[in-house]
Write a protein that binds this ligand. Structure first.
Ligand code: GRF
Length: 223
């Protein structure tokens, strides 16, 4: 009997290169998930084209069409729920979510953030990391996969990839290397969840029945 695939929904706002990495991993039979839909808050998101090219169902819940965040989140919740996902994957989804939405999906929603959390929550992480590097405060930048909680970029971290900063980096070159790590790392964390190896209990991340006392450091060959 083939292992049943975990139904997931992916939320995007932009380019969707992480979405593409997930699609590629599914197509290569490396990720036991069924992508039931890709939902964007921006009608022009390039990721929607990537999803269509892969034959995936797409939806748009355009935040500019709603009076307030609560109304948008209600519509988004409705859009997500019709696909009955067991995991919601935020992949470059650039809207703050209400506590109600987050708590509804607690323990079954992941995000990827381009920094070594808890450093550099929020936006412009690459420029801020470079400034810290130039001030001699850090050597590495990177990315983190975490469970989503009501605190922005504050949920328990599962997996991190460190990316050494080079002296001649600018925000774009650094961002490109971090993004490369994201593409390798995100499918792995999703796979752990799909295989039933990863869960959130309270504020604690469990992997393979071990309570993590620190995020796992990403190594491409980890299974
Ligand atoms: C990534 O750097 C991700 O960490 C952040 O937004 C960016 C999305 O890139 N949340 P893409 O849309 O997956 O190409």
């Amino acid at each position: 009997m083939p292992i049943p695939k975990l139904p997931i929904v992916i939320l995007i706002s932009g380019s969707g290169s992480n979405l593409q990495a997930i699609i590629d991993a599914v197509e290569e039979n490396e990720l036991p998930v069924e992508i039931r839909a890709v939902i964007s808050n921006r009608p022009g998101a390039k990721g929607l084209q990537r999803a269509s090219c892969a034959g995936l169902r797409t939806e748009v819940v355009d935040h500019t069409q709603f009076d307030n965040r609560t109304a948008f989140d209600e519509a988004l919740k409705h859009s997500v729920e019709q696909f009955e996902p067991r995991l919601v994957v935020l992949a470059g989804f650039m809207r703050l979510l209400t506590a109600d939405f987050v708590n509804h999906h607690l323990g079954r929603m992941l995000n990827i953030h381009p920094s070594l959390l808890p450093a550099f929550k929020g936006l412009n992480t690459h420029a801020r990391a470079l400034a810290a590097f130039k001030a001699g405060e850090i050597k590495n930048h990177g990315a983190s996969v975490h469970f989503v909680t009501a605190e922005l970029d504050g949920g328990p971290v599962i997996l991190q990839a460190a990316v050494p900063i080079e002296k001649d980096d600018n925000p774009e070159t650094l961002a490109a290397r971090v993004l490369g790590s994201e593409h390798q790392m995100y499918p792995q964390a999703i796979r752990w969840f799909a295989e039933g190896r990863l869960r959130l209990q309270g504020n604690q991340v469990w992997l393979d029945e071990q309570a993590l006392d620190a995020p796992v450091l990403f190594a491409p060959d980890d299974d």
